[in-house]
Design a protein around this ligand. Structure first.
Ligand SMILES: Cc1cc2nc3c(=O)[nH]c(=O)nc-3n(C[C@H](O)[C@H](O)[C@H](O)COP(=O)(O)OP(=O)(O)OC[C@H]3O[C@@H](n4cnc5c(N)ncnc54)[C@H](O)[C@@H]3O)c2cc1C
Ligand code: SF4
Length: 327
């Protein structure tokens, strides 16, 4: 690990100012950042420990819920209102990592966790995300975990998190404060970026911006499911995951919000699926049409070709479970 300076944040604005300095990074639970520092993938010269900031609360926000940036994943998943009103979020968080990790992992840190691409985490390998312009080892290499949607010639990494996939299905909003004290709100659906020509940027945070919390809308009801397909039944990242909020009345789908993990550089939300499904009677043929739409531009890179049929099956299985259609 390279030497670094360490500061405990004394106030939000000062923390943001400190974090805007070249080479500075915020640290929360440390479960992602410290691992990457040990591997010398991340080499900050300055760590701003945001833990002293009063950002750990989970509280009512108008009709919805506000989850502080420092609320642990355990606190969020076990919160009575999250379990009652936003079960897709509790299920997604509980499908991630382990109890010990979830005890330390925070809302903001989880949103900002970096890709698990093995070339990214090995500093002897080329990686445009870690070292722009050095190339991408994964495109012609080992790509089992990699993306099939929204890829670019620069990077095919996936965003590995579970929590944000459910937050995107719920259309949650990320609250951000800048080093000038200015506030902005970004939908989780637009918080993470596609790799394009600049894969080094995972999300829309500018230097010095600190996440202060995430707000959930008023409860949306419906059947809420999180299906995570992975190589082991626990302690593994998603090969493909589906967060689904589905409602039915008089045998017609009245709501279908679907977001996918493990398929792209960001939680993948295609609004056309909701448009296609809403108002229709649930059936296997309809779900097949939805899968065609989701995957019409999907592209495999050899080892991860299996993700395309896997995503189709995960989508169908989730919609069958939500609607009672027999698979
Ligand atoms: C073995 C293992 C298995 C795992 N499995 C899963 C899994 O299955 N699913 C899953 O979703 N996750 C999984 N994780 C990831 C884990 O959930 C993340 O490491 C954790 O959520 C990161 O949160 P943290 O608070 O520790 O972040 P940190 O490590 O402290 O920070 C992560 C990033 O967030 C930034 N950051 C932190 N707080 C702020 C803030 N307030 N504002 C701006 N930026 C901020 C940091 O600068 C850093 O870039 C796993 C991790 C490990 C080690
Ligand atoms: S897929 Fe992205 S993160 Fe992985 S090696 Fe290529 S550029 Fe790096």
């Amino acid at each position: 690990m390279k030497p670094f300076n360490y500061t405990r944040a004394e106030g939000l604005e000062q923390a943001a100012k400190d974090a805007s300095q070249d080479g500075a990074l915020a640290i929360a639970g440390g479960t992602n950042l410290l691992d990457l520092m040990k591997l010398q993938v991340e080499t900050p010269s300055q760590l701003i420990d945001v833990n002293p900031l009063p950002l750990g609360q989970i509280e009512d926000d108008r009709d919805g819920l506000r989850i502080g940036a420092l609320a642990s994943n355990t606190a969020t998943a076990s919160h009575a209102r999250v379990r009652a009103d936003y079960p897709v979020l509790a299920k997604a968080i509980l499908a991630g990592a382990t109890q010990q990790l979830r005890n330390k992992a925070t809302t903001a840190g989880n949103l900002c966790q970096r890709t698990r691409c093995y070339y990214f985490t090995n500093i002897d390998q080329p990686c445009n995300k870690r070292d722009p312009g050095s190339g991408c080892g994964a495109i012609d290499g080992i790509a089992k975990l990699h993306a099939v949607l929204g890829t670019s010639s620069q990077c095919i990494a996936t965003y590995p998190g579970d929590m944000a996939v459910a937050m995107a299905a719920l259309d949650a909003q990320v609250e951000i404060v800048g080093d000038d004290g200015g506030k902005r709100t970004v939908p989780v659906r637009s918080f993470h970026r596609l790799p394009g020509e600049t894969p080094q940027y995972d999300n829309v945070l500018e230097p010095g911006e600190i996440i202060t919390g995430v707000t959930l809308p008023a409860p949306v009801g419906g059947t809420q499911l999180y299906r995570k397909v992975r190589e082991r039944s626990s302690y593994a990242f998603a090969l493909c995951s589906v967060a689904a909020i589905v409602d039915i009345a008089d045998n017609r789908i009245t709501r279908a919000d679907l977001t996918f993990g493990g398929l792209a550089h960001k939680p993948w939300h295609d609004p056309r699926l909701s448009e296609l499904l809403t108002g229709q009677a649930p059936s296997l043929e309809l779900f097949d049409e939805a899968a065609d739409l989701l995957l019409e531009n999907a592209r495999g890179y050899g080892e991860n070709d299996f993700k395309i049929p896997l995503a189709r099956r995960a989508l169908t299985a989730t919609l069958c479970e939500a609607t009672g259609v027999q698979p």
